[in-house]
Write a protein that binds this ligand. Structure first.
Ligand SMILES: C[S@@+](CC[C@H](N)C(=O)[O-])C[C@H]1O[C@@H](n2cnc3c(N)ncnc32)[C@H](O)[C@@H]1O
Length: 293
C-alpha cells in the first residue's frame, strides 16, 4: 500500500501498544456507555449477521479489544463452536478475559491470543469467519494482513469488518479541529494508520478486494453514545481515545486545560439536547466479503 514508505513501523507499533495499554482502564469505565444497541453493540450485531455466523463455526475476532464483536459471536457459535479473541494489547484483552469468565459460554471454546495481527500465521483453512470492529485501520499493511488472514479461512469463508467513517461524520472526532488549532499542529497525514485511515468506503472496498476477497458488500451504520453532560463526554474522550489524548499529553498544564475546556464548551454543542445530555452519533462503514470457493 506504500504506507510504510515514510513510517517507522517499529516505533509506530510501540506507540500503538502503549496507547492501548493506557486506554484499557478507560474502556472498562465506559463499557456500559458504548455497548448499547443504538451504540456499538448494534455494530457488533451487524458484523455477526454479515459474517453469517452460526452454530459450530470457528471464528477469529481480529483486534478484539475487550471482546467485541467476538463474545457476541461466541453466543452464536454455541454449541461446539470456537472463537479466538486476538489483540495486540494484553491490557485490552484482560477485560475480555474478565467478561468471558462471567459469560454463560460453557459449551463454546473461547481462546484469547495476544499477538499483532500483522504477525499472525494461521493454519490454512482453519476458520469459517474473520470479524473485526474498529481495528483493521490500525494495520500498517491492511491489504497484506487481510490477504494472510484470508488463507486461514476455509473456501467460502467470510470476512466482516467495520471501521470509522471520515472524521467529519464521526461525533467523537469533532474536537480534533479545536485541538489541532490550539496546539498549532497540522492535520495528521491522511495515509497513516489510525482511527480514520479507512474512512472512505471505496478505499475500504479497494483494500479488501486487493486482499483477494470476493462478493464484497458495504454499508454504513451510526453508533450513538449517550452521556449525562458535556463534561462526561470530554472525560470519555480523554479516557478511551489514546491517539487524541496523546496529542494534548505533555503540553503545559494551562494549555492542556484550555484545550479540554474548549472541547467541552464547543465540540459537543451540536449534540447537546435541552436536557443537557449529549447524544454523540458516530458513523461507521462495514464491509463483508468471502474467500473464493
Ligand atoms: C478501537 S479498539 C476496538 C476494540 C474492539 N474491537 C471493539 O470494537 O471494542 C482497537 C483495537 O485494535 C487493537 N489493534 C490495533 N492494531 C492491532 C494489530 N496490529 N493487531 C492486533 N490488534 C490491534 C488495539 O489494541 C485495540 O484493542
Amino acid at each position: 500500500m506504500g504506507r510504510t514508505d515514510t513510517l517507522d513501523v517499529e516505533s509506530f507499533k510501540q506507540n500503538l501498544e502503549q496507547e492501548w495499554r493506557q486506554a484499557a482502564p478507560g474502556w472498562r469505565t465506559w463499557y456500559d456507555t458504548m455497548e448499547t444497541e443504538p451504540g456499538s453493540r448494534g455494530l457488533s450485531r451487524t458484523l455477526i449477521d454479515r459474517a453469517g455466523i452460526g452454530a459450530g463455526d470457528a471464528v477469529l475476532d481480529v483486534g478484539a479489544g475487550y471482546g467485541e464483536p467476538g463474545l457476541g459471536a461466541a453466543e452464536a457459535v454455541a454449541p461446539d463452536g470456537r472463537v479466538v479473541l486476538q489483540d495486540l494489547s494484553a491490557e485490552m484483552l484482560a477485560f475480555a478475559a474478565d467478561r468471558l469468565e462471567h459469560a454463560d459460554l460453557a459449551d463454546v471454546d473461547v481462546a484469547i491470543l495476544q499477538r499483532d495481527a500483522e504477525d499472525l500465521d494461521l493454519p490454512d483453512f482453519s476458520f469459517d469467519a474473520v470479524i473485526s470492529r474498529a481495528a483493521i485501520m490500525y494495520f500498517v499493511d491492511v491489504a497484506g494482513t487481510l490477504a494472510r488472514l484470508r488463507t486461514g479461512l476455509k473456501p467460502g469463508g467470510r470476512l466482516a469488518a467495520s471501521v470509522w467513517a471520515a472524521p467529519d461524520e464521526v461525533g467523537f472526532a469533532s474536537p480534533l479541529p479545536i485541538i489541532l488549532h490550539e496546539l498549532r499542529l497540522p492535520p495528521p497525514p491522511q495515509d497513516r494508520p489510525g482511527p480514520f485511515a479507512l474512512g472512505d468506503r471505496e478505499r475500504l472496498a479497494e483494500v479488501v478486494a486487493d486482499a483477494g476477497f470476493v462478493d464484497l458488500r458495504t454499508g454504513s451504520q451510526t453508533a450513538v453514545w449517550e452521556f449525562d453532560s458535556r463534561e462526561a463526554c470530554t472525560r470519555f474522550l480523554r479516557d478511551v481515545a489514546p491517539p487524541v489524548t496523546a496529542l494534548v499529553a505533555g503540553q503545559p498544564d494551562e494549555l492542556a486545560q484550555r484545550v479540554w475546556q474548549r472541547v467541552t464548551d464547543e465540540a459537543w454543542e451540536p449534540f447537546t439536547g435541552p436536557d443537557g445530555r449529549v447524544r454523540l452519533p458516530n458513523l461507521a462503514h462495514w464491509i463483508s466479503a468471502e474467500t473464493p470457493r
